[in-house]
Design a protein around this ligand. Structure first.
Ligand code: ADP
Ligand SMILES: N[C@@H](CCOP(=O)(O)O)C(=O)O
Length: 326
């Protein structure tokens, strides 16, 4: 459960008086997520999610995420909407943390993503990229290539305690990524964390995207690479080409990848694997005392990174380099 900061019932009831979303009936910490503290609220007006933003979210960035959700919804991308308090603000403070309330989105995230789910997420990701084209705010990605070495520095001394040889493995790969990272690919608004637990479905139909605190402006195809890693591996760690093909084809129908983006995808997928390997490693080695959180397995991303190192070209993801349209 990700609850780093707890909230007393009286404080929450008082806090809700500054909103027009009804009276608090019940609330509980949410048993998922690792980044922020999330609570499910039931009020006399319905269900809401209260988020207290923790370590990786700067308060100054909250307007970016919260306006982005409104911008995307206006363009047909289903995602939660922030509630405004009586002063008209979408952010506020509670228990010493920046806080926001968003509406509850119906649906469940897929515990075992199938090919239809992968197709759904590919389509939704491309639609999000297209809808983000005229989003006026800009936020650089603090967790892109320039942010990886500082993360590694936080974990380097203890990396080998997680797996012997991990320190040198990461150090070598970081050298390669820093030297080879592309600078000329199309950029735009990316979600940057579109894992299965952030995509809700009703049956096989995608009902919405959640969890925008990593959203930023970065290489669009990097977002695709994050999804390939997050959606297309099986529990036995094998890469499922059928799922990758479905994801890439669905993406390409909405926003065709250029030849340069396709060619860069294996490298971007290595970088995407490195980014989640590093945040997981840092989190795994630094679980705050008393926090209710289940840290995610960094070694899952070592395996994914090793796979991506073996990928020669986009054909290995099940599609031909001529473009992503089926
Ligand atoms: N708008 C929402 N509607 C319904 N459930 C939500 C919503 N936002 C978050 N949740 C629930 O809270 C969990 C954790 O949220 P998430 O945003 O992934 O956490 P974190 O802030 O730690 O990244 C989700 O897996 C989901 O179960
Ligand atoms: N997706 C990240 C962790 C952060 O995501 P959350 O939605 O679970 O808070 C990972 O898998 O490492």
């Amino acid at each position: 459960m990700a609850v780093y900061t707890d909230v007393a019932a009286e404080d929450l009831a008082e806090f809700l008086k500054s909103y027009d979303i009804g009276e608090l009936l019940s609330y509980k910490g949410i048993a998922e997520g690792v980044e922020n503290s999330n609570f499910l609220l039931h009020t006399s007006q319905g269900a809401f999610i209260l988020t207290l933003y923790e370590k990786r979210v700067a308060e100054d960035d909250l307007p970016y995420f919260l306006s982005l959700m409104a911008h995307l919804a206006e363009r047909g991308v289903s995602c939660p909407q922030p509630a405004r308090n009586r002063k008209g603000e979408v952010t506020s403070r509670l228990a010493g943390r920046p806080a926001a309330i968003i509406n509850f989105l119906e649906g469940v995230w897929p515990r075992r993503p199938n090919v239809a789910h992968c197709s759904g997420v590919g389509e939704a990701l491309a639609k999000m990229h297209v809808a983000g084209r005229d989003f006026p705010l800009v936020r650089n990605n603090p967790l892109s290539v320039a942010g990886w070495r500082p993360l590694f520095d936080l974990a380097a001394a203890r990396a080998d305690s997680v797996q012997p040889g991990l320190h040198d493995f990461i150090a070598r790969e970081l050298d390669h990524l820093e030297a080879a990272w592309p600078t000329d690919l199309p950029v735009g608004v990316i979600h940057a964390d579109l894992f299965p637990d952030n995509v809700f479905f009703l049956g096989d139909r995608l009902s919405g995207l959640i969890d925008f605190p990593f959203a930023c402006n970065d290489i669009l195809a990097y977002d695709v690479a994050i999804c390939l890693n997050a959606w297309c591996f099986e529990p036995d760690h094998s890469f499922n080409v059928t799922k990758a093909r479905a994801l890439l084809n669905a993406y390409g129908r909405e926003r065709p990848l250029s030849a340069a983006e396709e060619a860069a995808l294996p490298l971007l997928a290595r970088g995407a694997a490195m980014r989640f390997l590093l945040t997981r490693l840092v989190d795994f080695l630094n679980v705050p005392e008393g926090a209710l959180v289940q840290p995610k397995d960094p070694l899952e991303y070592v395996r994914k990174l090793r796979f991506q190192q073996s990928v020669a070209a986009i054909n290995d993801y099940g599609i031909t380099p001529a473009g992503c349209a089926a």
